[in-house]
Write a protein that binds this ligand. Structure first.
Ligand SMILES: [Zn+2]
Length: 216
């Protein structure tokens, strides 16, 4: 689990005009090919040929640069149609926000979402708790996270479920509940959409297993 035990990896702002603590694409590429641990959680790598996304520290041989795109968050990679790598486990990346501007609001929002703010409430309530309007919140998320609060909440639920599948022996019903899903059916549907396989099929990949056959 990440250092903060929360949402994995948010923060990169590619092509940002700001010069403070912002990674650029060349820097991402360098970090990717050298598997630079300092960048773990700062960005994610989508590979067009496999439609899988990874952490910079993924043990799998790095893909060709022409097949790679970078995302500031796991939610952004998923929104673009990539599924999480079973080797480097993006859900286990540390929470390493790289942004500086508007950090407090976005970070607070991410923490509230991680703690279930959008499982029970809606985006309007969340924005209200942060003292801003829902549209402003949406803009901040697009800019810093490259995904909407709703997408982030879905990724957070699936990540939590995946960690529980790997690290506990809870039943799937229990995992669905603890991860903030409203029903087991919803859990199964969302999980299968993200991983392209049902949650029960993930158990065999649990702790220590090496799903080498996954990279198709
Ligand atoms: Zn990987």
């Amino acid at each position: 689990m990440g250092a903060m035990g929360g949402l994995a990896g948010f923060g990169l702002r590619p092509r940002s005009p700001r010069k403070v603590n912002v990674l650029d694409l060349r820097e991402c590429e360098r970090a990717r090919v050298t598997r630079d641990r300092r960048y773990d959680g700062l960005f994610f790598i989508g590979v067009a040929t496999t439609k899988i996304y990874c952490r910079p520290v993924c043990p799998v041989r790095p893909a060709k640069a022409c097949n790679v795109s970078f995302f500031p968050s796991a939610a952004a990679a998923e929104a673009a149609g990539y599924r999480p790598c079973l080797r480097c486990r993006p859900e286990a990346a540390p929470f390493s926000p790289a942004w500086r501007g508007s950090r407090t609001t976005v970070e607070r929002a991410l923490r509230l979402i991680e703690n279930g703010a959008l499982d029970d409430g809606d985006v309007e309530e969340l924005a209200h708790r942060l003292g801003i309007g829902p549209r402003h919140l949406g803009r901040l998320f697009q800019r810093h996270v490259n995904a909407s609060p709703i997408q982030v909440a879905q990724t957070a639920r699936v990540q939590k479920a995946k960690r529980l599948i790997d690290e506990t022996n809870f039943s799937m019903a229990e995992i669905a509940m603890r991860s903030g899903f409203r029903s087991v059916r919803r859990f199964n549907a969302v999980f299968a959409e993200v991983y392209r396989r049902p949650p029960t099929a993930m158990r065999r990949f649990g702790a220590g297993a090496s799903p080498t056959s996954f990279s198709e």
